[in-house]
Design a protein around this ligand. Sequence first.
Ligand code: 0A1
Ligand code: ZN
Length: 868
Amino acid sequence: MSREPQVIKLKDYQQPNFWAKKTELTFDLNEDHSLVTSKVHYQHNPGHDRTLTLAGLSLELVSVHLDHEDLNLDAMDYSPEHLSLKDLPDTFALTITTKIYPQKNTALEGLYKSNGKFCTQCEPEGFRRITYFLDRPDVMSEYRTTIIADKSKYPILLSNGNPVDSKDLPNNRHQMVWHDPFPKPSYLFALVAGDLGCVEDEFTTKSSRKIKLQIFVEKENLDKCDFAMQAVKDSMKWDEDTYGLEYDLDIFMIVAVSDFNMGAMENKGLNIFNSKYILANPETATDSDFEGIQSVVGHEYFHNWSGNRVTCRDWFQLSLKEGLTVFRDQEFSADMNSRGVKRISDVKVLRNSQFVEDSGPMAHPVRPDSYIEINNFYTSTVYNKGAEVIRMIHTILGKDAFHKGIDTYFNRHDGEAATIEDFVKAMEDSSGASLKQFTHWYHQAGTPRVNAELSHQDNKVILKLQQRLPMTPGQSDKHAQVIPITTSFFAKDGKAVPFLYQGDTKTEHVLIFDQGEQEFVFEGFAEEPIPSLARSFSAPIHLDYQYSDEQLIFLMTWDNDDFNRYEAAQNLAMSLMKKRQQSPSYELPDEVLTAYKSLLASKTLDPRIKARALSFPSIDYLVSLEQEANIEAIFETRSWLQESIGHSCYQELWDAYHQSHKQDSYQLDAEGIGNRELKSVCLSLLLATGKEDSVALATSLFAKSNNMTDTITALNELSHVNDPRRQDAFKSFYDKWSHDQLVIDKWFALQSSSYHDHVLAHVKDLLEHKDFDLLNPNRVYAVLRQFARANPKGFHHSNGEGYQLIADYVLKIDKTNSHIAAMLANSLSQWRRFDKGRQGKMVAQLERIKAAEGLSKDVYEIVSKSLQ
Ligand code: 0A1
Ligand code: ZN
């Protein structure tokens, strides 16, 4: 960085001097450059200065007209980054023409080209790469967009809203005009131009309006859109049934593109997706790909209300739309599939990314109060912890009051740019409850640690809770938070005990724990029960309760909350690993093995819950729980646990594998998905033993598989095998799928996360492979992010070469796409969690990045905060 970048602060928020009422855009799309003309009708904001300063980025200014006057550019105050006009009247139209180069735009923000198509990404600040504008979310304007392009190359021309006009022009060009009647901020603007195929369907809303649904993809992919289309219809129906929210335009369009920085984008009426979240059929996509598609399609659709109809006043309020929309998409998926399994998946994501983030130098509140680059704040804290905060409001107020609150929020703020306070106020007003203390969840970073102790006297149980919120960067003085602890108790016969609390007797109560230390007294216990606390993960906390292994086995068997049953298995695994670390001769006792065997044998348990109980906490999560983690010891004990279970339960795992393996039939339903997941976990534990027949089993599954889920299960296992069967499998996979980019991403990713001994050299080879493309985010993620995040053995090799490789690529990629470079740089930020040797090596790479000439502010923010 040549100079210290500016820090943007929430407390400095001010309304703009002018509002943009109407925006008319004309795009003249060409092969070398494009011309954009924006005619914006501005209105003065009373009481504010009469200077209008518009944001730009890498823009070439061609002309400016103020109403009808052609302004002399030589006398104007402008640069590629801004354009400023003084002493303006109350209302006026400003017409600006800019010249831009979408073909050279590798940042994938603003207008760019992907695979021959023009497309846009404007959130958060990409619109300023198109034209000079008040590119901030509180400026909402009605858009009319004209697109002009070559008719043969770009027969499809799309923008937000409804199509209003189209015509042919001379020189084989044509134009299309779109009008979006809903005022929106510039970050929701979208344009697409290309030669695309379209899958069409229809949805009839609850008020009997017919909505045309269109998914645009490259023509060879038209057969891979059915699942996504069904997800659109399911989302529309779910939002009507659950919240009474109906779609508003006459047409809803989705376009899939192959170069995209994130998952997808909710542009009004024209969602643009990373093709990974649209294209799927059972031959090319895994069960988890299908789940991802359903939840991302839902997420973007739900933004039409939580994000578009009611948007954010400023980017500090990002969680207002993202936390709420993630909560909505999580609930949608839970309703469409298994609620328990979904909760386990969501908590896993939270622990593996948000808890890790919250315990490191990038920890920030759900509503941050400052940033250097807003792109760095599309984090799991804003998204996933934000969703947990909404979920806690739901738990505390109850479903009915929560839904009333949502109604109030949308009715009150429809068409506005709102704040998190507005949301909380709507919840308070409609429920009568005070959420004042609750809002600490929005302002305080860090994962609370809750310590629980239980005592039993006569027929009473006393639960003593203590909470502590760790210090995080810039925040040392913390307040007690309101933590809902959903609680049940089990008697020795495995039944939930009805108990008396606050005048009510039932088997489950939500405790509102809002002081540093608090005692809860319950009545109705004939014997000392076993507690089941924070059921369904009722709050995003670390809960410490000293269970014995025997109690954990009991809960694994009897708890009727799917999540807590899984949780007991996780805690048991952690307890066993700890015992092994403390005493290297420790072996699994018979009771533990019997518990795992009966879990596998259970006729009633959902196979997916079985599978999850048999998969153990990730290395990253285990590291995040330690001060200076001994990663080798963590790695060894985790492998020991898998290997011990594999050896001792070999026959049971073998049997469960074969019972789940329905060779000839493939079903994309709960039973099929459950069987495939259980089969995968069994195979993994069998292979942990290294036994020859387990490798043969994986090889045979790979050879005979008729669907991508089984193929990837087998290839993943073979990827760690140190013999030619690994290379053979990868070669035949590549030969079969080299034409399909999304499948080849899997091929790259599995090799990058392999635990074989020479993986670093192998990753370097992959980076030289003819199909590797530094400009394609999915490919960069498949190789580099996968290596840094999913291969702790390779990335954290004690020679530090993994860190060096990532730093080399951060610097390379920063020159073309700073957003992706910053995400990659983040993988070095957890250095404090490791031993002194690794710390030194990670810091050296962070210092090297920080010292580089011409660093983007995205990467600068990550590395400088990591080093603080
Ligand atoms: N609002 C989108 C996320 C998104 C953010 C930034 C992007 O490009 C820089 C793209 C998408 C969502 O939550 O789905
Ligand atoms: Zn979102």
